[in-house]
Ligand binder design. Structure first.
Ligand SMILES: Nc1nc2c(c(=O)[nH]1)N[C@H]1C(S)=C(S)[C@@H](COP(=O)(O)OP(=O)(O)OC[C@H]3O[C@@H](n4cnc5c(N)ncnc54)[C@H](O)[C@@H]3O)O[C@H]1N2
Ligand code: MOO
Ligand SMILES: [Mg+2]
Length: 439
């Protein structure tokens, strides 16, 4: 049986990320492919609809190449305050006893190109975001002035260039704006929109084929005959595949028959980057997965891992022109299937998807609310809820039996407390490492 760290090294090294040349597609930040209701009476309708689509289309995709822009940011010198644009030389030594008095020759709201050049003794009324007029270099905020008709009295000397956002001070055209390998979330989309980067090269979503094995399995809509149970694994796993950023290819339920399995596995490896099955990986007479993988030329890298649940996880690869297809034979027990997914498959999918960083499992130190037990021989995962109380993470194990066949108490699980090999007990209020599985 492999240790968890050996298994993890093997598995994560088997996964090769998507290729920045072949495995990409262009997405349009302004695509209008999605139908979204635009009910805002104040807009022309069109622009609002397009802006909403931007989030729908490019959100949660991973950049495949760096983004640069031809725009400086700010695009021009502009004011950071509502106040007065002045020439520093006119005001640098003024104070309340000896104020500077300037004539206001222009008012400049945001979005307007200034008309005048400000001369000595003059100022322009200016508002936040408005373009600085020629001749000025400094903004005095309104609160430090007094207004008298078309004159402004400057009561406090500003610093040179105070409250001026200089053209290009945040970004210079041509520099890298966003690096490849990052996930596009709201903050990145704000940047792309601001810089008018409307065509984005992103990685295609990884394709993950998924099927369940078992003569006893039926879909949730079928009446149960004696001995049958519902195939719940496939739906949970498809949800997790989507949440990991990949596209599930649903291949249904496959009988515990060598020919049926052979056909399913051969089809799956021809159509996917990663293949996931559940069931049929233990030592029973009807557990055919390993044998079929080998008969199809698969190389088996992992047969058993010292974890509980999840011991019989099987990992194999099939050679391919571009990169090996990685096969995960998850154990059939419902909790074992999910735990092995969270622990090993999710990071593998994320790594394959082109994420440069952050694909590895995330652990959080938490206080156990109740004692946690393990046999001590295998790394044990206790499922339950991670929450924050008074700024401190706490872990509450799911109530009822912690048994890999019992999926009843899985609801609301967002963490797996880890009891390493050799640890049989973590007492209440002691610290425990928790694998975060929320995203
Ligand atoms: N003699 C031994 N028997 C078992 C061992 C062992 O070491 N020696 N390991 C046990 C462990 S641990 C696990 S986990 C299971 C793994 O079994 P398989 O991967 O072969 O899965 P099956 O035998 O097909 O099914 C096990 C269990 O899970 C239910 N199941 C299967 N698929 C689904 C599904 N899609 N949705 C819901 N439930 C499913 C199935 O009905 C069985 O009850 O082996 C132990 N045995
Ligand atoms: O470890 Mo099995 O994986 O008990 O359910
Ligand atoms: Mg079995």
């Amino acid at each position: 049986m492999l240790s968890v760290s050996d298994a993890e090294n093997i598995i994560f090294n088997l996964v090769q990320p998507l290729n920045t040349q072949q495995d990409t597609e262009l997405v349009d930040l302004l695509s209008t492919g999605d139908t979204l209701l635009d009910l805002s009476p104040w807009s022309d309708g069109f622009s609002t609809r397009r802006a909403r689509d931007a989030a729908a289309r490019s959100a949660d995709r991973i950049l495949a190449s760096q983004v640069t822009s031809e725009l400086d940011f700010p695009h021009w010198d502009n004011s950071a305050m509502d106040g007065y644009a002045v020439r520093y030389e006119d005001v640098y030594n003024c104070n309340e006893d000896k104020p500077a008095v300037l004539e206001i020759v222009e008012e400049i709201p945001a979005g307007v190109q200034p008309k005048s050049t400000i001369q000595s003794g003059q100022a322009a009324r200016i508002f936040t975001g408005a373009v600085m007029p020629t001749g000025t270099d400094t903004v005095v905020m309104q609160e430090r002035t007094r207004r008298e008709g078309n004159r402004v009295i400057i009561l406090t000397a500003p610093k040179l260039q105070e409250f001026v956002r200089k053209r290009g001070m945040y970004y210079r055209a041509g520099e890298q704006l966003l690096p490849p390998g990052i996930l596009l979330k709201a903050s990145e989309i704000a940047v792309l929109a601001a810089f008018q980067c409307t065509q984005l090269k992103v990685f295609r979503r990884p394709r993950v084929a998924i099927f369940s094995t078992g003569d006893e399995l039926v879909t949730p809509d079928k009446p149960l005959q004696p001995g049958q149970i519902v195939d719940s694994n496939r739906y949970a796993l498809a949800t997790l595949i989507r949440q990991s950023g990949a596209e599930p290819i649903m291949l249904g339920i496959v009988k515990d028959k060598p020919e049926a399995l052979k056909e399913a596995i051969a089809y799956a490896i021809a159509h996917a980057d990663i293949v996931i099955s559940s069931g049929g990986v233990s030592v029973g007479d009807y557990d055919y997965v390993e044998q079929i993988l080998e008969s199809l030329g698969g190389k088996i890298h992992v047969r058993d891992i010292a974890t509980k649940p999840g011991k019989p996880l099987t990992v194999a690869t099939f050679e391919n022109d571009v990169r090996p297809i990685v096969y995960f034979g998850l154990p059939g027990n419902p909790v074992a299937a999910l735990v092995t997914f969270w622990r090993f498959v999710q990071p593998a999918i994320k790594k394959l998807s082109g994420l440069a960083q952050g694909w590895e499992p995330v652990y959080i130190k938490a206080l156990a609310r109740q004692e946690l037990c393990s046999g001590g021989k295998r790394e044990t995962y206790v499922w339950g809820q991670l929450s924050v109380k008074n700024g401190v993470y706490e872990f509450q194990p799911a109530g009822g039996l912690q048994n890999s066949g019992n999926l009843i108490n899985l609801a609301q699980t967002n963490g797996l407390a880890v009891l390493p090999v050799g640890t049989t007990l973590i007492a209440a209020k002691e610290q425990v490492q928790v694998l975060q599985i929320g995203s």
